[in-house]
Design a protein around this ligand. Structure first.
Ligand code: SAM
Ligand code: SF4
Ligand code: F3S
Length: 491
């Protein structure tokens, strides 16, 4: 049982029924509670939001931070904070295990800090067995909510602060999108922008449709308005986010396509780069490919997850394309732009993947020449179709296949990157590089990772870098003086 908090409960009259007014009403109440507790503590209350999983979760965390800051919490450097939130992922088993492991460690902090609250949200919380386990074994958790009601965070904080038991609010699905809530960007110069939520594809291995619900697209005018504001605010890279961005708009009344959305965003004045994640090969129409190739603000890069190079396995995965159809997209793009950059996700060890199936994946890698691949060993997710498929391949064999695949990709990429030697790339500088003091890292329009030595004040700007070296995941070079024309307003 939780201790009851020492706060003066505020009488709630005329709670607005419309959103987002309702949440702003609860933010005001939460702000008063947080101020009262800060006075008792003799210092501001602090928070720490830890994000697991994909860019969708990262963007959701920015929304949580926006609300926490609005109600008076101050960001802490680590988890020794007064409000720790884990925004969880459940796409693979090890993502879940990480959360359980860290919860035990948080309990130690909580015993010593009477102001501390622990909140859990995100995809893992959409699984009833997970919530049951937390209720039984992690009773010190204060608040649990899911992916569909994240917009209610302010209201849920008020409930949790007023309550002496665990607050749980999980929705099975929703058709609601709430606009105009506070959000705190992690970077000043780049931002994710949700264009749609959910997924309808039900790939047989994947839990995402079960935990993120059905596809819901935001209205194009809301997306354009958000991006106009971001660009005015100095953002030079927008990443459009959705589980399958190229099915954007299919659920909207006017039936706008993703290609049309890209054209409308491309027409927004200002120098900025448009990127997007993820695209499904089955929805990569020629209209879309032409739009990407011709809109000058759209990065010449496509993250087009193939998952594997065997038609038999692709069918079992319910991916709804063949290797040949996938390669048609690749050839179309590379024939129009030989430098067009492609990246992919690959699953190794899907149930009963044979050596021959795996050879198909290696061959595909040789043909496509990806700039980069994200590789995952298949993880069984209960409730998905693949979870019931028999699997005879040993874990050892799956790990060996992974090693072979990574070795091949290293070989391909180091050869592939040599084409950039001597060229000058226009790079958006993202921050310091791990390479050492004075080194910076950024990405060019085709999403090529570029390392170079330069002053920290060019972070967030476009600069020109002449490429002098390559590795198997990036290129390196020297800053070309006097070419960084797109300075920030703040400069
Ligand atoms: N919607 C995106 C798509 O279809 O490309 C990706 C979504 S998922 C969050 C990211 C990647 O995780 C997938 O592309 C897939 O490679 C991988 N993944 C999903 N389920 C998995 C599982 N059960 N085991 C291993 N990898 C998985
Ligand atoms: Fe998962 Fe497939 Fe949807 Fe991607 S498209 S989120 S892999 S079900
Ligand atoms: Fe994980 Fe949810 Fe993203 S399961 S990968 S955080 S959509």
């Amino acid at each position: 049982m939780k201790e009851k908090r020492n706060i003066t409960i505020i009488d709630k009259k005329q709670i607005p029924s419309e959103e987002p007014a309702r949440q702003y009403y609860f933010m005001d109440i939460a702000k008063k509670y947080v101020a009262e507790l800060a006075e008792q503590k003799g210092a501001p209350l602090t928070f720490c939001v830890t994000t697991f999983g994909c860019q969708m979760n990262a963007r959701d965390s920015e929304k949580l931070v926006g609300i926490l800051e609005k109600i008076g919490y101050v960001e802490a450097p680590d988890e020794k904070a007064d409000f720790v939130i884990y925004n969880t992922c459940t796409v693979r088993e090890n993502a879940n295990n990480k959360v359980y492991g860290r919860l035990g460690y948080l309990h130690g902090f909580k015993k010593k800090n009477p102001y501390m609250m622990i909140g859990l949200c995100g995809c893992m919380m959409q699984e009833p067995t997970v919530v049951e386990k937390i209720q039984n074994s992690y009773r010190f958790v204060d608040l649990i909510f899911g992916t569909h009601n994240i917009y209610k965070f302010a209201e849920l904080i008020v409930t949790a602060l007023e309550s002496d038991s665990m607050t749980i609010d999980i929705w099975k699905d929703t058709d609601k999108i709430v606009e105009d809530l506070p959000v705190e960007r992690k970077y000043s110069f780049k931002s994710g922008v949700n264009i749609m939520f959910g997924c309808n594809n039900f790939c047989s291995y994947c839990i995402v449709p079960y935990v993120r619900g059905r596809e819901r697209s935001r209205e194009p005018k809301e997306i354009v308005r958000e991006i106009e504001h971001l660009v005015q605010d100095g953002v030079v890279e927008v990443m459009l986010l959705g589980q399958n961005v190229n099915s954007y708009g299919k659920d909207l009344e006017d039936g706008i396509s993703f290609a049309e959305l890209l054209r409308r965003i491309n027409a927004i004045p200002g120098e900025f780069v448009i990127r997007f994640l993820s695209s499904h090969p089955k929805d990569a129409t020629t209209e879309l490919l032409d739009t990407i190739l011709t809109c000058e603000k759209v990065g010449k890069h496509l993250h087009l997850p193939v998952q594997c190079g065997s038609n038999r396995i692709l069918k079992e995965m319910n991916r709804r394309y063949t290797v040949e159809q996938y390669l048609e997209i690749v050839h179309y793009l590379r024939q129009k732009d030989p430098d067009f950059s492609l990246t992919s996700d690959l699953i190794i060890g899907f149930p009963n993947e044979s050596e021959e199936d795996f050879q198909g994946t290696l061959n595909l890698l040789r043909t496509v020449q990806y700039d980069n691949v994200y590789t995952f060993i298949y993880s069984k997710r209960s409730g998905t179709k693949a979870a019931d498929m028999p699997d005879v391949t040993s874990d050892q064999e799956k790990r060996e296949r992974m090693e072979r695949l990574l070795a091949l990709q290293r070989e391909i990429a180091s050869e592939h990157y040599k084409r950039y030697l001597g060229r000058t790339l226009r790079v958006l500088v993202e921050g310091p590089s791990k390479k050492g003091a004075g080194w910076l890292i950024g990405k060019d329009r085709a999403y090529i990772i570029v390392e170079f030595e330069g002053p920290e004040n060019c972070i967030g700007q476009f600069v020109d870098v002449r490429i002098t070296g390559t590795k198997n995941w990036a290129v390196s070079g020297v800053l070309v003086d006097g070419k960084d024309e797109t300075k920030h307003d703040s400069e």
